[in-house]
Structures are given as structure tokens and as C-alpha cells.
Design a protein around this ligand. Sequence first.
Ligand code: HEC
Length: 135
Amino acid sequence: MGFSPVSRRRRYNRAMRILLLACLLPLLAACADGGAPASAGAATGLPAAATPGGNAVPAKLGLCASCHGVDGRSRTRGTPHLTGQDEAYLASSLQAYREGRRGPGPMTAVAGTLSDDDVVELARHYATQGGGFGP
Ligand code: HEC
């Protein structure tokens, strides 16, 4: 009779499982949120209100950040820095990709999804991130 060590361990295991689940649930909920980004703010983890340049975060920034970074400082070889480049140059480059006058390359497909407003917003965003080229 009395306590067998086995059942005590089993009860302990069950308690730990419940504890673990309780800890994981909020994490899972956070992941589920991130899976369906409603805005660039959610996609990039930035507050939706403003970037260091002081502008609203462009809706499509999440499309670009994986290659060019949120701030336009590329972390990948072969991908140009966008930060601090001239706004008109960035916008005309995006238009050229969109219309197939530049490329083909990875930008052709991405730029094809951009509206005129997206081009303006993204060019302004990257032009106003402040220089700071380099790692
Ligand atoms: C899959 C990676 C990838 C993604 C995603 C991507 N780019 Fe690019 N981007 C590149 C590469 C590589 C180049 C340079 C090669 C080329 O000209 O095709 C480039 C070039 C550019 C240029 C020209 C820069 C210059 O100095 O001439 C601009 C502007 C630009 N990208 C903006 C964007 C914007 C805005 C987005 C999001 C809508 C975006 N890119 C998404 C990889 C990417």
C-alpha cells in the first residue's frame, strides 16, 4: 500500500507536461499571429507607426526585407544596399524592374507585385534610412 515510487513519478510527469503546455501555448499563439502578417509592422517586427526615417512602414516592406533588410543594408552578397540611395533613383529602378526594362533577376517578379503607391512608399522608406553602408 502507500505510495509507490512509480505512481509518484507518473504524477510528476503529468504535472510537468501540463506546466510545459501552459508555457508553450502563448508562444504558439504568437507564432500563429506571425504566420499571417496583416501589415509590414507585423511582418518585420517593427512598430507599424514609424521607421527611423520617420515615415510610416510601407505595406510591402516585408517582401523586400529578407534580401535588402528592413533598413536597406543588405546582408547578402550580390544584393545591393538600398539605404540612403536617392529616392528618385530607387523609384525609377523599381519601375524599370516592374516594366521589364531592367533584369531579368529576382527583382522582376517582386516588383511585378508592386502598385504605384508601393513604389513611392518603398523608395521613400529606403532613401530615408540614413547612410551607414557596411556591415
Ligand atoms: C530575392 C531577393 C530580393 C528581394 C525579395 C528583393 N530584392 Fe531588390 N534586389 C535584389 C538583387 C539581387 C538586386 C540586384 C540585382 C539586380 O539588379 O537584379 C536587387 C536590386 C534592387 C534595386 C536596385 C538597387 C540599385 O542599386 O540599383 C532596388 C531599388 C531594389 N532591389 C528594391 C527592392 C524592393 C523595394 C523590394 C521589395 C518590394 C526588393 N528589392 C525585394 C534582390 C531582392
